[in-house]
Each structure stands twice: as structure tokens, then as C-alpha cells.
Design a protein around this ligand. Structure first.
Ligand SMILES: Nc1ncnc2c1ncn2[C@@H]1O[C@H](COP(=O)(O)OP(=O)(O)OP(=O)(O)O)[C@@H](O)[C@H]1O
Length: 715
């Protein structure tokens, strides 16, 4: 509940609630009108030439109906700007009646800011979309630059979405020092249940600057845990769709790329709540996967080689090594005559096609075409009549097809990579002078799986397969992508993304949270591999998730995992946020269950984070004690989230809980090469409280009791 809940009988609150109801009614009317037009085909032309525009109109209308859907409990406006009368609306020119309206007051022009624009039945805007130019002042006006605004109002809502409070912030007086942050703090502290929410009502200026950066600009945003990178990326996408929808649609659409399905299910509601229903959300493995199933992870030494950009050249060589000189002349029998193509001609044609630099798949087509053409030339030279269809028929002639198959075989990208990784001689040929003999030995899969079907694939294999697939036929393009948790992507995965994007990217991540052995360790290199070397590297420095005590404690790991980085400035320090609970080894599970029971007695979500191999035992214990819980999995979207989530530590990135219980930090730190980075991620998931339960010694930097934190500062 908001600390600033005001009396429901306060006349101002009553008036604002009535206006909210009126806006909802207008939204329903807008949706109904468009729905009726869609059903009746009103405004569509009858002529054949109208087909395309009718289709476009119908698509636009059905999208509008979806975008205008009235989401339960999502308030239609969250803020208001108060301007001097006449500053925004021209009452005389608009022919507005004397007494004005709710937004046109005798002494003020009021601009309501919400998740989507709403108009009344006369077409008058009564709520402005947060992305519209007029809404900019809601986020940016300050006593230093009031942008014409007198007062900014923010609204608070109870847990059912009913408007229950408001807070006015005068911005036109130089002596006021901001203020008006009660509702922002309350919004950030609001207990979490279920998936991530939008932050549209409280986006901060340092975040808004990035959200509104122009489409042409690639941004790479570094930020400590909880600084709002994901939130900024998603809101940026919504903003770009609002300002550049057609351009992005023509460019192939937009996508969010995240690390795994449980992360995507966590963020899945944010864009729809902003009215954006057409954004595809995919994992990096789905993007690169080409239908294979990822069943295991690579050993770190193998991962480092497989993820390396040098593999692109190895794959390229291995693919083109499939092209072979002809084994014999080609004899084409057509209409009772046989035409011969000697090997010298075949070789000449092969070189001519290779010299054109076309993709592998297109090269095959071209070779067939050229061989058919050679036959046609012979026919013409012999004075035979050549029908216009002859060339096409010869292209499909079985002798020509057989020759093309032998010289330029069709290639299945997965088989190609399988052969490369499992055949020492082929690997040696393709990697000669690129990978050392030792690296080739590390890369070679031993023992050799008996067949392609018996191969178990890794995420990094998928990127190799995608590299091969793209050399055969280039993939479709996207207009813009948001790449989250980018600190973990290998150069080969970044290349796969680069190939897909026609325009710019928004790259989000935190180098201190990089756990993948194949990851790139600086953003300049990431931008180079993603094909946008001129992108801007930006940093978010204010933490919105993690209380100061917790972030300061976790930041003790930074000198060991990312020496150049600092923790964010957290402005929240709830009492009792951090607890270290030492148990006897046989008591760890009992202590975890007791901590879950205590946490579940409070509002909000509870996450138990443990080393992956400890999850089955914990899940069993929770079930035995009657605690319903969701267990996160990398490739499954949970049908629903229970309040209690059991999270393998490898799936904690990007998500958060009101209360996080981290079990046995030492086991997490010792589970993998970059275990301390993994632990840093685990320790920074809590919004309100972190309980660390351990029987083993805490990893070195965490061993001493946490000191009382310095108080942070919230801008
Ligand atoms: N301006 C804001 N107003 C309200 N809440 C915010 C704001 N900025 C961020 N948050 C909240 O802070 C939390 C952390 O945000 P987010 O997940 O985007 O951070 P992140 O930088 O991506 O973190 P991580 O590195 O852990 O993935 C989320 O609950 C988000 O909604």
C-alpha cells in the first residue's frame, strides 16, 4: 500500500477517479468503433486496386483493437502537467465552449500522461501517450528548466489499480529542490508478484535520455544490477515503435533477445502493457538454433575456442571445401541428341561462379544455370532450334543436376558443423593456420558420436551452425533489436545477431555479471562484433532494485570479478535488508524452509537461489513441507508463477524477488570457473531483503560481517 494514501473522500481524488472512469469509457468506445469498422469493412474500397490498401487498413485496425485493450488494474494515466491557460490548447480556435472541460480549466491547461493516447468522442485528446512530444516535460521538466510547466502531478494507486493518492511538485519555482519523490520511491518498493512491470510512470531522467535516443543510434548500456537496463531497453523499443513504426516494420520488425525462456517469461508483460503486442521475444539459442536441441554446455576451454570469431573463417573454409572439381564429363540427352560438356568447360564454369562471390546456395543455382546455358550454346552453334523453355528444362535435367550435386553439393548446416567438430582431418584442413594444433585437439569432439542424430549440441554449436546457414542463404532482417544480458554472448553469437539487424541495436549488460567463458570482456569489442563499432557506450549509475546494504555487501566481490566497476548508488536502505544465517550442515534445508515460511508471511515474491545441483533436493523438501513453488527451467515458460520460486543459480540473471534466499554461496562460487560472478548475480536479486543461509565458510570477500551502510542519495 502506498504510504501516501489519501482520503478517498478528498474531493480532488474523487474528481480524478471520475476522470479516470471517463477515460476508460472513452477507450472502450474507441475500441468498439474500430472493432465495428473492422467487422463491417467500413471505409474499404471495392475496386481490385484497393486490395492492398484494404489489407493494410484491416491490419492496422486489428492491431489498434489489440493495442487499445483495456488491461485490468493498469491505470490509464499516471501523471498530469499543469500549464498556464492557453499554453497548450487554443480554446478560441478549437471552438471550445465557455466553461472549458476537464483538461481546459479557467486558469490552467491540463495534460494527462498515460500508457496510451485516449481521445473523447469529439476527437479531443484527453490522455497523451507517454511517448508523445507533449509528454516529454513530464519526465524532464525541472526547476532549472520548467519547460512551461507549473506543476507536475504524480498519481498513486492501490493494489487493485484504483487511484488513491497524488503528489504535486511545483517545477516553475527556482527555489524548489525537486521533491515529489514519495510516489516514485513507493512505486519502486511496491511488492513484486509475478512478472516484471512497466516503469513508465517513474522513468528517471538518466533513463529517459536513453529511451528517447534516435533510432539510428546503437546504444550499449552498461549498468550494475538493478539500474534498470532491461526496463530501459523495453521502454526504448516501445518508444521507437511509437515514433518510427512504419520504418521499423519495413525494416523487418523488432525483437528482444534474452538469455533463456524463463527470463523472457519474466519480462513478457512489459511491452503488451505499453500497448506493444507485435514484438517478438526470443532467446539467443532460438535465434541461432536452426532446429537443433541444446542439451549441454561446453567445457570452458572448448567454449573459448568455439565462441571465438576465428571460427567464422574456419566454418567458411570448411563450407567452401565442399565444392569439388568435376569427376567426369556431362552428357545431356535432349530430344534424341546428346550434348557433351567436357571437364575443362565444367572447371571453367565452376571458377566463373566461384569468382562471382555469391552465397553458397545461390552459387549452386547459378552453376546449374550456366551448365544449361553451355548446352543451349552448343545447340545454337549446331543450328538447332532452341525453344524459350529449353533453358529452364535443361537446368532441371538429371545429368546437369547430378553434376551440380557432385561439384557443388547441397549442405545441411548442422551436418557440416558435425563433420567439422568430429573429423580430425577435416578440422585440420579448415583450421590450418587459424587454430593451433592444441586448439584443434581441444575442439575435436571425442569420442566421436556415432551419427549426427547421436550428437548432443551446445549453445555455442548453434552459433556455428547459424554461421554456416548464413553463408548458404542469408537470413531475414530485423529493423532493431534489444539484446539483453549481452555480457555473456560470444563473438560468434554477436555475429549471428549482427547479420539479422538491418538497423541499430540496443545492447544491455553488466560486465561484472559475465559468467560465460566465451564472453567478450569489453563493450568496444562487443560493438565491433555486433557490427556497430560506432555505437555509444552509456552507463546507468542509480540502482532501483537492490537496497544499499545488500549492494554494498555484494560489491565486495567487484575488485575480484570486475576491477574497473563500482556498485550503483542505491537510495534505499530498508531496515533488516541483509541477514546472514549460519547453520550446521544438516540444518541447511530446515533453515531454508523456515526462512521461506517467514518470507511468505510478508507481501511479495520469494526466490530461493541455489547451485543447480542442489535444486532437486530443495524442491523435494519444499514439496514435502507443503510449499507450492515454481522451479525455473531454461527452456520452459512456467504456466504461472507461484509466489515462491526455486531458481537454479544459472537462471537468475535479469530476474528479481522481494525476498531472495541465497543458499550456500560457497557451493555457488565453486561450481564453475566464473563462480564469483555467478554469486554476484545471485546476491543482487533482492528488492527488499536478502537472507544468506550457509553452513560452509563464505567466500573470502564476504566473510566479514557487513558494516552499516552509508546512506545513498536519490536524485
Ligand atoms: N525508474 C524506475 N522506476 C521504477 N522502477 C524502476 C525504475 N528503473 C528500474 N526500476 C525497477 O528496478 C528493477 C530493476 O530493473 P531492471 O531489471 O531493468 O534492471 P537491470 O539493470 O536490467 O538489472 P540486472 O542487471 O539485474 O538484469 C525492476 O523491478 C525495475 O522495474
Amino acid at each position: 500500500m502506498y504510504p501516501l494514501d489519501q482520503d478517498a473522500f478528498d474531493p480532488e481524488i474523487r474528481t480524478e477517479r471520475e476522470f479516470m472512469d471517463a477515460c476508460r469509457a472513452e477507450l472502450a468506445r474507441m475500441r468498439q468503433e474500430i472493432g465495428t469498422a473492422l467487422a463491417t469493412g467500413a471505409g474499404e474500397g471495392d475496386a481490385v486496386v484497393d486490395k492492398y490498401s484494404n489489407h493494410a487498413l484491416r491490419r492496422f485496425r486489428s492491431q489498434m483493437v489489440e493495442e487499445l485493450s483495456d488491461l485490468d488494474n493498469v491505470p490509464l494515466f499516471f501523471g498530469r502537467l499543469d500549464y498556464p491557460r492557453g499554453e497548450v490548447y487554443d480554446n478560441a480556435a478549437d471552438g471550445v465552449r465557455e466553461g472549458g472541460s476537464h483538461t481546459r480549466r479557467p486558469h490552467s491547461d491540463l495534460v494527462y500522461v498515460g500508457r496510451r493516447g485516449v481521445r473523447d468522442s469529439s476527437g479531443e485528446p484527453i490522455v497523451i501517450d507517454w511517448r508523445a512530444p507533449l509528454a516529454r516535460a513530464f519526465y524532464e521538466a525541472s526547476p532549472k528548466d520548467p519547460m512551461g510547466v507549473r506543476v507536475r502531478r504524480r498519481y498513486g494507486f492501490d493494489h487493485t489499480g484504483v487511484l488513491s493518492a497524488y503528489e504535486d511538485e511545483p517545477v516553475d519555482r527556482p527555489d524548489t529542490s525537486g521533491g515529489g519523490n514519495g510516489l516514485v520511491a513507493a512505486e519502486i518498493e511496491r511488492p513484486r508478484t509475478g512478472p516484471m512491470r512497466d516503469i513508465v510512470a517513474t522513468i528517471q531522467p538518466e533513463q529517459m535520455r536513453l529511451v528517447r535516443a534516435p533510432l539510428e543510434r546503437t546504444l550499449c548500456i552498461q549498468g550494475a544490477p538493478g539500474t534498470g537496463k532491461t526496463a530501459v531497453g523495453l521502454h526504448r523499443l516501445a518508444y521507437l515503435l511509437y515514433t518510427e513504426r512504419e520504418r521499423l516494420r519495413k525494416g523487418g520488425g523488432v525483437a528482444v533477445i534474452g538469455p533463456n525462456r524463463s527470463f523472457l517469461s519474466y519480462i513478457r508483460n512489459v511491452l503488451p502493457s505499453l500497448g506493444e503486442v507485435e514484438v517478438s521475444q526470443t532467446t539467443i539459442d532460438e535465434l541461432t538454433g536452426s532446429g537443433i536441441t541444446i542439451e549441454r554446455a561446453d567445457d570452458p576451454q572448448v567454449a573459448r575456442i568455439k565462441g571465438d570469431a576465428r571460427m567464422a573463417e574456419v566454418i567458411r573454409r570448411h563450407l567452401w571445401a565442399q565444392v569439388q572439381p568435376p569427376e567426369e564429363e556431362v552428357q545431356v540427352t535432349h530430344q534424341h541428341r546428346t550434348w557433351r560438356l567436357p571437364c575443362t568447360d565444367l572447371i571453367e564454369e565452376l571458377h566463373a561462379v566461384l569468382g562471382r562471390g555469391v552465397d553458397y546456395g545461390a552459387g549452386r543455382e547459378l552453376l546449374a544455370q550456366r551448365l544449361a546455358h553451355l548446352v543451349v550454346r552448343q545447340m545454337e552453334q549446331a543450328g538447332n532450334p532452341v525453344a524459350t523453355t529449353t533453358l529452364r528444362r535443361l537446368r532441371g535435367h538429371k545429368a546437369i543436376s547430378r553434376a551440380v550435386r557432385q561439384m557443388w553439393p547441397t549442405v545441411d548446416p548442422a551436418r557440416l558443423v558435425f563433420d567439422l567438430l568430429t573429423d580430425q582431418a577435416r578440422l585440420a584442413r579448415a583450421a590450418d593456420g587459424i587454430l593451433s594444433a592444441e586448439e584443434q585437439g581441444t575442439l575435436l569432439r571425442t569420442p566421436r558420436p556415432r551419427s549426427l542424430r547421436a550428437m548432443t549440441w551446445t549453445s555455442l554449436d548453434a552459433a556455428l551452425i547459424e554461421e554456416a546457414a548464413a553463408l548458404i542463404a542469408p537470413p531475414g532482417k530485423l529493423g532493431h533489436v534489444v539484446v539483453d544480458e549481452a555480457q555473456d554472448l560470444s563473438p560468434m553469437q554477436l555475429r549471428a545477431i549482427a547479420r539479422r539487424v538491418a538497423g541499430s541495436c540496443t545492447v544491455l549488460g553488466d560486465l561484472a555479471q559475465a559468467t560465460s567463458p566465451a564472453a567478450v570482456h569489453d563493450w568496444t569489442t562487443v560493438l565491433t562484433h555486433i557490427g556497430r563499432p560506432g555505437g555509444n557506450i552509456e552507463e546507468l549509475t542509480h540502482g532501483y532494485r537492490v537496497p544499499a546494504q545488500i549492494i554494498n555487501y555484494a560489491a565486495r566481490l567487484l575488485p575480484h570479478i570486475a576491477p574497473g566497476l563500482r556498485g550503483p548508488a542505491s537510495f534505499r536502505h530498508p531496515t533488516g535488508a541483509l541477514q546472514l544465517i549460519r547453520t550446521a550442515p544438516e540444518e541447511t534445508i530446515t533453515a531454508t524452509i523456515a526462512a521461506c515460511a517467514t518470507a511468505l508471511a510478508q507481501e511479495g515474491s520469494v526466490g530461493v537461489i541455489a547451485a543447480d545441483h542442489d535444486i532437486p533436493e530443495l524442491s523435494q523438501a519444499l514439496s514435502d513441507d507443503g510449499f507450492p513453488h515454481t522451479v525455473l527451467s531454461p527452456d520452459r515458460t512456467p504456466p504461472q508463477f507461484e509466489r515462491l520460486t526455486l531458481t537454479p543459480v544459472t537462471l537468475t540473471k535479469g530476474i528479481e524477488f522481494d525476498t531472495a534466499l541465497v543458499i550456500e554461496p560457497a557451493r555457488i562460487a565453486n561450481s564453475e570457473d566464473r563462480g564469483l560472478q555467478r554469486l554476484y548475480v545471485a546476491l543482487t536479486r533482492a528488492v527488499s531483503a536478502l537472507h544468506i543461509i550457509h553452513a560452509e565458510h563464505l567466500p573470502g570477500p564476504l566473510a566479514q560481517e557487513p558494516a552499516t551502510p552509508r546512506r545513498g542519495n536519490f536524485r
